[in-house]
Design a protein around this ligand. Structure first.
Ligand code: HEM
Length: 401
C-alpha cells in the first residue's frame, strides 16, 4: 500500500484552532501520510502509535548511518553548540543502555513520595495566586498557570525564586526548537537562551555540590547505581529537560482543559464533586493533548497497518490524533468523565513514558480542585499560540463568579 503525500497544514490558523476534523480525515483516508514539508511519515491511529512507542524498531535518536535528504527542512540540533550541550543527554533523545541508566538514576531522585511531599506547597501557592487575581478578568495562563507551575518545578529542583522569570524566558525560547519547522530567528534566540541557561545551571550545580539541600538538583548529584553517578553535563541536561518538559506541558494542560470545559458548556463549579478528579484529569488530557507529536527514526524496515516503513525513514506519532481515534474511544469528540477507557497517549508510552506524570497529575489535581470552587467564564475568545507541536493558548482571559 502506498503512503499518500500531503502538505501538513501546521501553520494554517484554522487548523491550529481546531486540528481534530483534519486529523480525523487523515485517519479515515490512510493510517499513514507522508508530509512533504517535514519529510515525516505521520502515524495517526491509536493502536499504531501505542505499538511504535513500545517497539525497538523505532528510535528517538538519530541513527549513526542516517543520511539526511538534501531538501530536508528540519533543523540539525548539533549545528547549535549550546542548544546541543543542553540536549546531548536529554532523555527524550537517548536510546538503549545510556537512556535506561540515566533514566534509572534520575527516577531515583524523583520518587513518588518526594513528589507527594510537594502537595502542601502546591496548595499554598495555588491559593496565594488565586487570592491575588482580579475576579472580573484575569489571564489564566500568565496570572495563574505559569507562575504556579514554575514555582512547583522550582521548588522541586531547588532553584531560587528570583530566577523564575529567567527560566520562563529561557524555557519558552528553547522549546521553539521542537516544532515541525523552525525559523532562523527562533533558532538563534533558542541558541542564546541555551547558552545562558547552561552557564547558570553549571554554577548552580557547583553551589549545591558544596552545600547540598533537600531538593532534586542536590539529589541528582548524589544518586548512584552500581557505583555509577550522573556527570555534570548529564545533570545540566536533565534539569533543563525537567524545567522545559515540566513547565510548558503542565501550563498548557491547565489552559487547554479549562477552555475545553467552557467551550463545551461544562460548568466548572463543583465539577470534582460530581466526577472523580482523576478521571477528569485523564479525560481532559486526552481530549486536547498539550503535546501533539513526537518524532522517531525507523531503525529496521517495519510494517505498520499493512504499510512498509523503510529503514532510516522518519515518522511522527500524532498523539492528539490517536486520542481521538474512534476505534479506541467511543464518541471520541465528546468529553466524558465516565469513560471506561482512560488510556490515552498524552503521557507517551514504552521506555520514554513521561517521567514526570506523577508530578503533573498532582499539580493538575491541586489546581483543578481550587479552580472548580468557582464558576469560570471566558471573558473573550482565547487565541492559540500558532504552534502545532506544543498546543496551547497565548492568553486565556476568564472571570470567576
Ligand atoms: C501534563 C503534563 C505533561 C505531559 C502531557 C507530558 C507528556 C510527555 C510525553 C508524551 C513524553 C514522552 C515523549 C516521547 O515519547 O518521546 C514525556 C516524557 C518526559 N516527561 Fe513529560 N509530560 C508532562 C509533564 C511532565 C513533568 C511535570 C515533568 C517533570 C518535571 C516531565 C518530565 C518528562 C521527562 C523527563 C520525559 C522523558 C522521559 C524519557 O525519555 O525517558 N513531564 N512527557
Amino acid at each position: 500500500m502506498n503512503i499518500p503525500e500531503i502538505t501538513f497544514p501546521n501553520e494554517d490558523k484554522d487548523f491550529i484552532k481546531n486540528p481534530y476534523p483534519y486529523l480525523k480525515e487523515l485517519r479515515n483516508s490512510s493510517p499513514i501520510h507522508y508530509d512533504k514539508l517535514s519529510g515525516l511519515n505521520l502515524i495517526t491511529h491509536f493502536e499504531d502509535v501505542k505499538e511504535i512507542q513500545k517497539s525497538k524498531n523505532f528510535s528517538s535518536s538519530e541513527p549513526e548511518d542516517y543520511v539526511k535528504d538534501s531538501d530536508e527542512k528540519l533543523i540539525n540540533p548539533k549545528d547549535y553548540d549550546y542548544f546541543w550541550k543542553t540536549e546531548e543527554f536529554n532523555l527524550l533523545n537517548l536510546e538503549g543502555n545510556i537512556h535506561d541508566e540515566l533514566r534509572g538514576l534520575v527516577a531515583k531522585a524523583f520518587l513518588n513520595r518526594q513528589v507527594q511531599e510537594l502537595r502542601p506547597f502546591m496548595e499554598t501557592k495555588s491559593n496565594e495566586l488565586l487570592n491575588k487575581i482580579n475576579r472580573e478578568k484575569f489571564d489564566l495562563l500568565a496570572d495563574y498557570a505559569q507562575p504556579y507551575s514554575i514555582a512547583v518545578i522550582g521548588e522541586l529542583l531547588g532553584v531560587p525564586e528570583e530566577d523564575y522569570e529567567k527560566f520562563l524566558y529561557w524555557s519558552h525560547a528553547i522549546v521553539k526548537m521542537y516544532d515541525l519547522k523552525v525559523s532562523d530567528e527562533n533558532a538563534t534566540e533558542a541558541e542564546a537562551a541555551a547558552k545562558d541557561f547552561y552557564i547558570y545551571m553549571s554554577d548552580l550545580i557547583d553551589e549545591k555540590n558544596n552545600n547540598p539541600q533537600n531538593d532534586m538538583i542536590s539529589r541528582l548529584s548524589q544518586v548512584s547505581e552500581n557505583n555509577q553517578q550522573l556527570t555534570k553535563d548529564q545533570i545540566i541536561c536533565t534539569v533543563i529537560l525537567l524545567l522545559n518538559a515540566g513547565h510548558e506541558a503542565t501550563v498548557n494542560t491547565i489552559g487547554n482543559s479549562i477552555v475545553a470545559l467552557l467551550l463545551n458548556n461544562i460548568s466548572t463549579k463543583n465539577l470534582d464533586k460530581n466526577y472523580d478528579i482523576k478521571n477528569i484529569i485523564e479525560e481532559l488530557i486526552r481530549w486536547d493533548s498539550p503535546l501533539q507529536f513526537f518524532q522517531r527514526w525507523v531503525l529496521e524496515e517495519t510494517v505498520v497497518s499493512g504499510i512498509n516503513l523503510s529503514k532510516n525513514s522518519k515518522i511522527a506519532i500524532l498523539l492528539g490524533s490517536a486520542n481521538r481515534d474512534e476505534t479506541a474511544f467511543k464518541n471520541p469528540e465528546q468529553i466524558d468523565f465516565e469513560r471506561s477507557n482512560l488510556s490515552h497517549t498524552s503521557f507517551g508510552g514504552g521506555v520514554h513514558f513521561c517521567l514526570g506524570a506523577h508530578l503533573a497529575r498532582l499539580e493538575l489535581e491541586v489546581s483543578f480542585q481550587n479552580l472548580f470552587k468557582h464558576e469560570v467564564t471566558l471573558v473573550d475568545e482565547p487565541e492559540r499560540t500558532g504552534a502545532f507541536g506544543i498546543r496551547g493558548f497565548k492568553e486565556i482571559n476568564v472571570s470567576f463568579s
